[in-house]
Write a new protein. Structure first.
Length: 163
């Protein structure tokens, strides 16, 4: 897998996305969780923002931020002279916890370069046992260790009900 495919033009690291992680062989636990939540499993197939494979998830397949970066032939929004644009600021503040740091990530990308940033993100989203994890996983699916994630998914039914 080309790690450059995991560089979201908006500043997200696709390698920590549950849609991406669920499409990997080690992501079976995420597919099982999606099934329990009665989600369409075909929505959990993605190869990253910069892949040529089209995504089922509408947030990615119809992403206007990616379309804008493509039109401007930019690797990521941090290289745009209009950054941060209104669209990116709305995205950052849309209530999804994993979106809140995209402007900081874009500054890091600009300063460090994509290879270094991607390597740091891959390490950040890997448990000490070596298993990768997604934004909202609380415990490692391999060793059970607590993870430094964003916490439980606020969109999950059990989280909304306070359970």
């Amino acid at each position: 897998m080309n790690s450059g495919l995991l560089l979201g033009v908006c500043g997200l690291y696709c390698g920590a996305c549950y849609h991406y992680r669920a499409s990997l062989p080690e992501g079976k636990h995420l597919l099982e969780e999606a099934f329990r939540r009665e989600r369409k499993l075909e929505g959990f197939t993605c190869r990253g923002c910069r892949s040529d494979e089209r995504y089922v998830h509408p947030g990615c397949s119809q992403c206007r931020i990616r379309a804008c970066a493509d039109e401007k032939n930019l690797e990521h929004c941090g290289l745009c002279r209009e950054c941060p644009c209104d669209r990116l600021q709305v995205f950052q503040s849309d209530g999804r916890i994993h979106h809140r740091d995209v402007l900081v990530h874009l500054e890091d990308l600009k300063a460090k370069g994509s290879d270094r940033w991607l390597a740091e993100q891959a390490q950040r989203w890997t448990c000490s046992c070596g298993a990768g994890f997604s934004w909202y996983e609380v415990l490692c699916h391999c060793c059970g260790a607590p993870l430094l994630s964003y916490g439980p998914d606020p969109a999950a039914p059990s989280h909304r009900s306070g359970v």
